[in-house]
Every structure is written in C-alpha cells, then in structure tokens.
Design a protein around this ligand. Structure first.
Ligand code: F6R
Length: 638
C-alpha cells in the first residue's frame, strides 16, 4: 500500500483491525498472543492475567487453547483469570450462568487452579453489590492488572455488559440489560421472559486498564456495530468505540463482520481498487444510491465526484458502464427460479434444462424456508419442479412451554374422549415433567420430542400454503441439535452422513441453502458447514456436476443488490401467501429471536426486506415489483 492509502485508511479506522478469511485464523492469532504471554510470564516466575469473555464469540478461541493444552503442553497453572460479567440473580450452577459457561467451555479442560478463576458474584445481595464490585476491582489490581483482555461485542455496541450510555470511566457495577441484548439471549434461556434483567459487569474503564485488548467478532450481524466502533467517533452510544482510546487494542474479525468497514464496503473511497466486474457492479449500485439516480442516468461527473474517476478512465465513458451494469442487473430477474423450459437461457440466471428440476430446499430450522424464500418455493412447485423441502433441525428448543402445555391438554382431552389410556398416560407424564422443570430447567427428551412435533405441524401447514404436500417434506432432526443447546452445538460425522443420505436420495439439480456469513456457532452456519462436508463426501456423484447451489440470506438481512445473481419477483398475491405461510409458525410469534431480534414488528420483517429489494431495483431504473426474493450462486470451489 502507498503511504497516502495508509493514512486514508487510518483516518477512517481508528482501531487496528485485522480481517481474517474465517474465525479460525483470528483465533489462532489471539491464541498465539496468549500462549506467548503465558510462556513469558512463566519464565519470569510471574502469573499471566487474562480477562475473559463468554458468549458464542470466544468459544473457538477456548477450543484452540484447550487443544494447545492437550497437544502442545500449554499449562495454565500460572494463569489468573477475570471474567467480564455475570447475570445478576444466577448462581454459578445455573446452566446459563457465565461461571458455568466458563467451566464447560474452558476451565474444566485445562489445568487452571480453581482459586485463580474469577467471575463476578451474581448472587451478591443488593446491599452488598457495590462492595462486591469494588472487591472485584481490587482483586484485579492485586493480581497485577489484566495482561490480555478478550472481548466480544454485542449488537448494541456493548463490551462486557456495558450497554449504550456507559462512559469510558465506568467501573465494575450492577447494570440493566438493554432489551436488544435480552432478545439476543432469549434462545439461550429458552425464552426471553427467562433472561435476567440485570448483570454485573466490569466497566469500560476497567477494560481500558488492561495492557492489551483483543476484540473478536464473527458474522454479518456484527458488521454494522463494528464499523461504528472502528470508524465512528468515540461515544457512549456505542461503548465499544471507547476502545479507540486504547493504544494496544486490536479487532480480530472475519470478513462477514468486517463487511461494513469502508475498506471492504466502499474500497474506492480509501484507495485504488482492482475494477473487477463484481467491484464495478458494487460501486455503481452504490453510486446510483448516493446520487439517487437510476443507473442509466449516471453522468461522468457523478463518477468523478465520488471517487470513481479511475474507473471512468479505464472504461472510457459513463454511457457504456451504465448500460453494462443495467443489463447485468436486469438479467438477474426471473419469474422462473427453476429455469424456464424451452426458453433462450443465455441471459437468465438459471438453466432451461433439465426441466422439471429436482430442487432441494434446506431449511436449518422450520421458518427459515418460508421466511426467506416462501415465494420462490411456491413458484418452483407451481411451475412443475420436483421440490423437496428438508428441515434440518427440529427447532424444538424454540418452542415455549405454554405451547407445549396447550398441546398436552389437547392430547389428554382427545385421549380421554377416545378412551386411549396409553396416550393419556404418556401426555400426563410429559405434563409432569413440564411442571417439574422449574423456571430455567432444561427440557427432558419427551418434552423436546413433543415440541419438535409441534414445529413439524406448523411447518406442514406452512408448506401446504406454498403448495407443497406433506410428502414433499423431510424432517432430518439432525443429531447435533437434538443433543445440544444454543452456542454449545457440536456437529459430528453422523450429521454429515444424514445430509449425504438426503443428497443422494434427492440427487438435486438445485440446492437452496443458507448460513454462509452467519455467526459460525449459529444453527444456519453449522448446517452450512455440514452441507459443505456432505458435498465433499459426494464428490464424484453423477448428480453433483449438474447441481447448482443458490444461497439465500438469513432472517435478519437480505443480500445487497450488487451481490444478487437471481432476483425472483413476487406479486402482491404471492407476498400475501408467503405472509400467511409465516403466520402458520405460531409458536415463533413471540419467541424466536431469529424472527424477533431485528425489530419489534419483525413478524413482518420478511415482507419488509422483500419489498425493500424491489424498491431498490425500481430506483435503479428496473421494473417495479411488489417484492423480490434474492439469491446468490455459490460455487463450492470459491
Ligand atoms: C460476554 C460479554 C458480551 C458478549 C457479547 C457478544 O461475557 O461480555 O459482551 O461478548 O454480548 O456475545 P456473542 O459472542 O454471544 O455474540
């Protein structure tokens, strides 16, 4: 990079930020720093002091540290740890307490001395909380201060549980959790109503006192807040932005989490770029957006005034560029997501042949399918393709107890009417298990089974509205989900085998999948990894060479326009059908963070996203549709 570019970048990025192709690379880098610290301190005969975080983000780092302990002899005997935070009101044995999380994810697997691990006391009585927080601070000081602090970041911009409003001088204290933070934790607690309202957290000031800070971040859900923290002004609105005040702070993130940084999002604004076709398309869609002009009306001045003069020089004139990108974008539109039979397909996103196609839709949890591509599924089925809709996990963890209870009561009443003693007996036994579960208890296998069946019923009635009969559905109930909890899932070979079996049975011409760019421990991301492994295992299968993979985006976001390879328009009626399909998932109405996390009114989020895509196409000068579902082609070798 030339000097001018570095200064341009550093003017924007006020925190050193390292972007990795995947979370693994970032975790290796941070694990190396921790290893070096431990070895150096041990050689000096001093303890190494680590500040630790919980949540999904550091789990891979902890797995890597455990691996080094087991395989490379890295000892933690000389390490003292301080965790950032703890839910207030939870004892260390509660399955969702951060103490328990740390025991499960790290402490129990390395040779840390129990007395050297510190987690704020979630059970300190109200009148003793202040003293307890002060003694936490003094314990950190007595240990010599924190050498390396590990952080994740919340979507509110919090570090630790320093929610918006927290100042740079704040210290360890009792705080109230933001409603977005509580919604994000709803899955872990099997319902938002179970999430504690308060927590004890180290302050921003406590964090800034650490000698070195590494903030980790994965997945596109963190991209917006990371860009604000790195490029915005330091402000209590995004507490992580105060890390700009720290001289030894590095953000180690994956590409998805970095995708809102200017250098990735609008690289032409921070230096010369290689004008590949994809980059040109991205820049021009952006240019049309900021000038509020359709593509065909962009002028030479628009290019030169917005950092794209070199593109103009390279390509000659706005006129040609405008037409090229207009055509490329127009050719993404098709009302035939399975390909249009007997049509010239040279400018269509999908092949005309073979027809009909065997289309396999993979839905990580029930609702992902209808929410993200309900209109497309309807079209595929309606146009005569052979559609198989596979629900990869049962989704039973996201069913509230109230819904389970309602079903149990129904079964009992029906069983009594039909004089089916066995059915009544079983239902009563499950009811008893539910009664005995307590406020935060885990579901028994019977309860999980029942909840899974409830979601199957919802999925069937939703699919029926999309014109798919129940025999077109497959429920894989992947074992990793049945055996785990959110953030602790660990897919195994048996999950991959189940996927391989499905693929070889369906022999798809098209697969619709999601999960790329999600938090790597999320259900969609894990399912996508399972698919990737399964595809590798199918190498050489005759159907594979003919199979195209279309990626749909998760619940919270849609692809950006320049990323789309296929745009499937929905008529007003089709959108109504899709919304009706979503409404069939009654248990998810108030519960599922995957639906409720984006906005209060997020039951309608799918239609908002699809309408927004259609509006952008319209603004670019393309036809005006009611709504559009978008897909990106995935090439496994890429
Ligand atoms: C956890 C903590 C939080 C998390 C943040 C991100 O100890 O202090 O700040 O780091 O909420 O959570 P995940 O990693 O689950 O996305």
């Amino acid at each position: 990079m030339k000097k001018t570019e570095i200064s341009e970048l550093s003017q924007r990025e006020k925190i050193q930020t390292q972007i990795y192709a995947s979370a693994e690379g970032a975790c290796t880098f941070v694990a190396d720093a921790i290893t070096a610290l431990i070895r150096q301190r041990t050689a000096e005969g001093k303890p190494a002091v680590l500040g630790l975080a919980t949540g999904s983000t550091p789990v891979r780092l902890y797995r890597e540290l455990i691996r080094r302990h087991r395989e490379e002899g890295l000892s933690f005997a000389n390490v003292i740890t301080f965790n950032l935070d703890e839910y207030y009101g939870l004892s260390g044995s509660h399955p969702e307490s951060y103490r328990r999380f740390m025991q499960d994810q790290l402490f129990d697997h390395v040779d840390l001395k129990p007395e050297n691990t510190h987690v704020p006391d979630g059970l300190a009585p109200r009148d003793k909380v202040f003293a307890s927080c002060q003694s936490y601070e003094s314990a950190i000081r007595q240990a010599g201060g924190i050498d390396i602090q590990i952080l994740g970041i919340g979507r509110t911009g919090h570090i630790g549980f320093n929610e918006p409003g927290s100042g740079p001088d704040s210290r360890t204290r009792l705080v109230t959790l933001d409603s977005l933070t509580r919604r994000d934790a709803a899955r872990d607690f099997l319902g938002e109503e179970n999430v504690p309202r308060h927590a004890i957290t180290m302050g921003v000031g406590t964090i800034l006192d650490a000698r070195q800070v590494f903030l980790l971040g994965w997945g596109e859900a963190k991209a917006g807040v990371i860009a604000q923290a790195v490029e915005g002004e330091p402000s209590a609105a995004i507490p992580a932005s105060f890390l700009q005040l720290h001289r030894e702070c590095v953000f180690c993130i994956d590409e998805a989490a970095g995708c809102h940084l200017t250098r990735l999002r609008h690289p032409w604004l921070v230096g010369p770029v290689e004008w590949t076709p994809a980059m040109i398309r991205k820049a021009m869609v952006w240019l049309a957006g900021i000038t509020q002009k359709p593509l065909l009306k962009l002028t030479d001045e628009d290019y030169t005034e917005n950092g794209m003069a070199d593109l103009l020089t390279e390509k000659g004139s706005a006129y040609k560029l405008n037409i090229d990108i207009f055509n490329t974008t127009q050719h993404t539109i098709t009302g035939w997501p399975g390909g249009k039979p007997k049509a010239d397909d040279s400018h269509r996103p999908e092949r005309a042949n073979p027809f009909p196609k065997r289309a396999l839709v993979l839905s990580p949890e029930p609702t992902d399918d209808v929410f993200c591509l309900g209109g497309t599924i309807h079209r595929l089925a309606n146009q005569g393709n052979d559609v198989t809709l596979a629900y990869l996990t049962s989704g039973n963890l996201a069913v509230p107890d109230t819904d389970a209870r309602r079903s149990i009561e129904l079964i009992i009443e029906l069983g009594e009417t039909m004089r089916n003693a066995d059915e009544v007996k079983h239902a009563r036994a499950v009811e008893k298990q539910l009664d005995g579960k307590g406020a935060f208890g885990e579901d028994t296998p019977d309860i999980r089974h029942l909840k899974g069946l409830i979601r199957r019923g919802e999925a069937r009635s939703s699919a029926r509205l999309l014109e798919l009969e129940p025999d077109r559905l497959r429920f894989l109930d992947l074992p990793f989900y049945e055996k785990g909890r959110y953030r602790r899932f660990q897919p195994q070979a048996e999950d991959v085998s189940a996927m391989v079996e499905l693929l070889n049975e369906v022999r798809p011409h098209q697969i619709f999948a999601t999960g790329l760019g999600h938090d790597p421990l999320s259900v969609p991301a894990l399912c996508f990894e399972i698919l990737r492994e399964a595809l590798k295992a199918c190498a050489g299968a005759d159907w594979l060479g003919e199979c195209w993979i279309w990626l749909y985006r998760g619940h919270g976001a849609e692809w950006e326009i320049h990323e789309l390879d296929m745009a499937v328009p929905l008529s007003p009626d089709e959108l109504t059908f899709k919304i009706q399909g979503i409404y069939q998932h009654q248990t998810q109405r108030s519960q599922s963070p995957s639906i409720s996390r984006q906005s209060e009114n997020s039951w309608n989020l799918a239609s908002e996203l699809n309408r927004a895509t259609a509006k952008t196409y319209d603004a670019l000068g393309l036809p005006e549709y009611e709504a559009i579902e978008g897909f990106k082609r995935y090439l496994p070798q890429s």
